[in-house]
Design a protein around this ligand. Structure first.
Ligand SMILES: [Zn+2]
Length: 305
C-alpha cells in the first residue's frame, strides 16, 4: 500500500511538473500577451493586466496587478512612458526584484523600434504631453510586432536558458506568420498609397506609415489634451486643404469629438480597433493586424466609389 502511494506521488509530481516549470509572464496589454504566448507557447503562462478595450494611458493600478507582478518571472510593458503612470507604482509595490526595470525578467519591448517623434527638447508630462519619450503606439505596425517578439524571445532565453532552442523556433515561426500577414496587407492597401488621413489621438501613425499612407495631423494638438473649439475649427480647414479621405479614432478615445470633426468636414469616420481583443475579429495580434487592414480597405474603397 505504501509503495503504491509513493508511486502515485511520483506520478502526480511528474504530471504536474510541466505546469510548475512554465514561466509566468505578465504583460500590460493584450497585444503583448498575444505575442508573448506565440513566442513561449507551452513553456509559458501569460496574463495581460488590461483588457483589449482599454485606454492604456489611464489605468487605475489595482491590488490584483501587484499580486500578479509579485509572482511574475517575466514582465513586459509597451514602454516609452505609455503605461508609466501606473506600472511604476505596480512594480514598486510588487517587490519582485527579478522583474524590475533593468533586471533579468524585465522585457524592453520597444528596443530596436524606430520611434516616431522622439523628444527634441526637455519635455515631460507636466507640460500636458502624454508622449514625452516619443510616440509609444508602435505595435499596430507588423514590423514592430516582429521586433517585440524578438525582444520577448531574448528575455525568455535570459530567464530560462535551457529552453533557448524552443524559444528561437517559436519566435521564428511567429515571425514568418507576421510577414505573411504583412505581405497580404501591403498588397490589399497598395492602391491607397499616398492617401491622407487624420487621427484623433496620435496612435495610428506607425500603422498608416507602414501601409504607405500619410497621417496629415491628429485632432488632439498635444497627445491627451482635449481639443477646444478653435482646434476643431482648425482641423476642418486642415482636412479640406489636404484632401483627407478618412478620420480615424480608436474605440477607447473620444469618438464623439472625432465624429463632430467628421460631420463638420464631410469626411468619413472609421473606428479602428488597433488593440488585440478590442473588437470582433481581433482575438489575437495577427487577427488584429488582418482586421485593421481589412477595415481600412473597406472604408477607403467606399470613398473611392
Ligand atoms: Zn498615446
Amino acid at each position: 500500500m505504501k509503495k503504491a502511494s509513493v508511486c502515485f506521488c511520483f506520478l502526480y509530481f511528474f504530471l504536474l511538473c510541466p505546469l510548475f516549470s512554465r514561466l509566468y509572464v505578465v504583460t500590460t496589454t493584450t497585444d503583448l500577451a498575444s505575442i508573448a504566448k506565440e513566442v513561449g507557447r507551452d513553456l509559458v503562462e501569460v496574463e495581460s493586466l488590461t483588457f483589449g478595450n482599454t485606454d492604456l494611458h489611464f489605468v487605475p493600478a489595482q491590488p490584483n496587478f501587484i499580486v500578479k507582478v509579485n509572482k511574475a518571472d517575466v514582465f513586459i510593458e509597451v514602454g516609452l512612458e505609455l503605461e508609466s503612470s501606473w506600472t511604476s507604482l505596480v512594480l514598486n509595490q510588487a517587490r519582485n526584484n527579478k522583474v524590475m526595470v533593468g533586471q533579468i525578467g524585465y522585457c524592453v519591448a520597444w528596443q530596436g523600434v524606430n520611434v516616431l517623434l522622439p523628444p527634441q527638447q526637455e519635455i515631460n508630462r507636466s507640460m500636458g504631453d502624454l508622449h514625452p519619450q516619443g510616440n509609444p503606439h508602435y505595435w499596430p505596425d507588423p514590423v514592430n510586432g516582429i521586433i517585440i517578439s524578438r525582444n520577448i524571445r531574448d528575455t525568455y532565453i535570459r530567464v530560462d536558458p535551457k529552453n533557448e532552442k524552443k524559444y528561437q523556433q517559436y519566435q521564428e515561426e511567429f515571425e514568418k506568420k507576421v510577414k505573411e500577414v504583412l505581405f497580404e496587407n501591403l498588397k490589399l492597401l497598395k492602391p491607397f498609397a499616398g492617401t491622407r488621413v487624420v487621427g484623433y489621438h496620435q496612435e495610428f501613425d506607425y500603422l498608416i506609415n507602414r501601409y504607405k499612407m500619410v497621417v496629415v495631423d491628429n485632432i488632439e494638438e498635444k497627445p491627451g489634451v482635449l481639443p477646444g473649439p478653435a482646434r476643431l475649427k482648425a482641423m476642418k480647414d486642415i482636412i479640406l486643404r489636404n484632401g483627407v479621405k478618412l478620420i480615424l479614432v480608436s474605440p477607447w478615445t473620444n469618438i464623439a469629438l472625432a465624429r463632430k470633426v467628421s460631420q463638420d468636414s464631410g469626411v468619413p469616420l472609421l473606428i479602428l480597433p488597433i488593440q488585440t481583443k478590442s473588437a470582433e475579429n481581433t482575438e489575437t495580434y495577427l487577427d488584429m493586424l488582418r482586421t485593421t487592414a481589412q477595415m481600412l480597405y473597406e472604408a477607403l474603397s467606399k470613398k473611392e466609389k
